[in-house]
Ligand binder design. Sequence first.
Ligand code: X8Z
Ligand code: ZN
Length: 612
Amino acid sequence: MLKLRHTGIALIVSATLGLSACNQETSAENKPSETTAAPTPAEAKQFIADAQKELEKLQHPAAQAAWAYQTYINQDTAAVSAYLSEKLSSRASQLAKEAAKYNDVEVDADTRRQLNLLRNSLVLPPPGDPAKSERLSKIGTEMEGMYGAGQYCRSEDECWGLTKMGSMMATERDPDLLLEIWQGWREVSPPMKPLYIEQVDIANEGAQELGFANLADVWRGKYDMEAEAFEQELDRLWGQVEPFYDALHCHVRAELGEQYGEDVVPQDKPIPAHLLGNMWAQTWGNIYDVVKPEQEMQVADVTAAIEASGYDEVELVRQAENFFSSLGFEQLPETFWERSQFQQPRDRDVVCHASAWNVDDVDDLRIKMCIQKTGEEFAVIHHELGHNYYQRAYNHLPLVYRGSANDGFHEAIGDTVALSITPKYLKEIGLIDEVPDSSNDIGMLLKLALDKIAFVPFGLLVDKWRWNVFNGKVPPEQYNDYWWELREKYQGVMAPVERDADAFDPGAKYHIPGNTPYSRYFLAHLLQFQFHRALCDIAGDEGPVHRCSIYGNEKAGKALDEMLRLGQSKPWQEALQILTGKPEMDATAIMDYFAPLKVWLDEQNKNRQCGW
Ligand code: X8Z
Ligand code: ZN
């Protein structure tokens, strides 16, 4: 699949890459000749092979241009990137339409899977009309640039970018300052709203030309099951996690009430979104100090350990590479070190949001980050490398199979490895001196749950918002209200101040202007615990799963690689079965991992009024 963006998952074209201009004449040359006879299975096979060959050629320059743009945002890189991405996606869309010609041909299962994947491969399918296709590509590129270059100016000579504001959200505790930053960053998105509305219209038209009801059906149709069934599956999984989330929310709200006063944090309402240590209130680990147990607990402070070690950004990435090497994965190529962006450049705008790329779809692996030397970002480095190792593991497959089993798998691999960054591992690599004994486990579990369990409802609601925007149930005048309705309903988080009529708060989250589907992260947060449990079993670890590290275990590495190598060639259920022995996604793994914490939370919450 084409991997233009982070995970490279999105086949043909990543979202923002739109496309262009293969006009009708050009495409006619490539169309199979019109014959009256029904096409044969052999012709179907030839078609899908040729289609992939052609798209492979188009995607490399498009990915190079997208990389140039995202690491140096200016009008020229924007124009070239939009142009090449349009070439790619318009051709992919034409080929997807042509594939319909083989709908009734009796082909083997593998050919059928490839034809289906081609039809479903675009994130934003462009319509056949070249003007609309071009416009779609330009809009995507423009919104990405608006986000990347976004900043908040609190005065004429003091402007802050997202990196700075993100770290202030994590560490500042003055509620007025936090509110200023929270509101300030959201000034970046109102100008995106007209573009977003237009984009939804055009991409829906493209989806309809491919035979889908709308774009929501394209997005929900990538999971080897019916779109409706997929949505129900997400709700089922959320139902497994919800009681735990409610307990965590209850404890956190009570402690925030103590910290800031109950007039700032009312105890019967959702939590104001600016107090949770993260710009989007999606992970809460940064406020561990506010909500930690009263009883003194030793919890490894990875940020402090990194600071003490003196590691620079590259050394942190080397350390993460070393983990994968210890599992038996081949080292990253020299070009990875030469071409990646590890630090935010001083002299130009870039898209800082972390991503992993395989630019030539073979071995031109890179990450693009603006690394902060914190424990949180150390985990993100592993997350990104997980994408790179996955991309390399499936690079031998036909183009449409170069993706993960489902997109949640891609997002889960690096996180799975990062679950093995245990105190024992940190000691092994010399970052800490002592492994805290198990009487400290509740502290460790609480810190991690603030990231992993707190994230789950956010991971769910982002695409619930988008699906209902795409299918027209939520019209533009309700975009922002509906966003906050979902935030309150699922997360129990509310806007700290009334929102302006022109606010477009979803646009202040990267994946909305970046058009990166988000259900993948919801799935990944559950899958990573399934993978971790399975790998710890394979490694023969007999202790509690939250103390298990697979560092250095080649047997576990081999089992992981076996799944990665399948790419998207088989339904995800099969890939999951290969690693875990079961074909179902299942939240009991994350629940079991944090089980001791649930007992502790219930005890803390005994005399509290929970809920909102
Ligand atoms: O976007 C990402 C990765 C790149 S695929 C850094 N994540 C989501 C986010 O930041 O919102 C990882 C977890 C959720
Ligand atoms: Zn990712």
